[in-house]
Design a protein around this ligand. Structure first.
Ligand code: HEC
Length: 97
C-alpha cells in the first residue's frame, strides 16, 4: 500500500515540475538540446541544487558567477514547492543525453 502511495506522490510532483517547466522555462530551455539557454542535461552535469535555485531566483548575480558575460535570463518568483520540483526535474537529467 505504501509503495503505491509513494508512486502516486512522485507522479504528482513530477507532473507539477513538468508544468513549471512548460510554463516558465520551455521557451528558452529544452531538456537535452541547446535552445536560447543551455539544456537541462548540461545544467545537471555542472550545477548542484543550490546553484540551480539561486540562478532561478537571482540570475542577474548568479550568471556572472557561472561565467556568463551577459545575463539574458529573467528572474522567476516561484513558490518553494515549484522551485524544489523544477530543481529536482533538472537534476533528473544528470547523465542523460
Ligand atoms: C527568456 C529566456 C529564458 C527563460 C524563460 C529561462 N531561462 Fe534559464 N537561462 C537562459 C539563458 C540565456 C541562460 C544563460 C545565462 C544567462 O544569459 O543569464 C540561462 C541559464 C540558466 C541556468 C544556469 C545555466 C548554467 O550554466 O548552469 C539555469 C539553472 C536556468 N537557466 C534555469 C531555468 C529555469 C528553471 C527556468 C524556468 C523557471 C528558466 N531557466 C527560464 C534563458 C532563459
Amino acid at each position: 500500500m505504501l509503495k503505491y502511495l509513494l508512486v502516486i506522490v512522485s507522479l504528482i510532483s513530477f507532473g507539477s515540475a513538468n508544468d513549471v517547466f512548460k510554463t516558465y522555462c520551455w521557451g528558452c530551455h529544452h531538456q537535452s538540446a541547446v535552445a536560447f539557454g543551455p539544456s537541462f542535461t548540461y545544467i545537471a552535469s555542472k550545477r548542484n541544487a543550490d546553484e540551480i535555485k539561486a540562478m532561478i531566483t537571482d540570475p542577474k548575480s548568479v550568471s556572472k558567477v557561472f561565467g556568463y558575460k551577459r545575463n539574458a535570463m529573467p528572474p522567476f518568483k516561484l513558490t518553494q514547492d515549484e522551485l524544489n520540483s523544477i530543481t529536482q526535474y533538472i537534476l533528473s537529467y544528470k547523465g542523460k543525453n
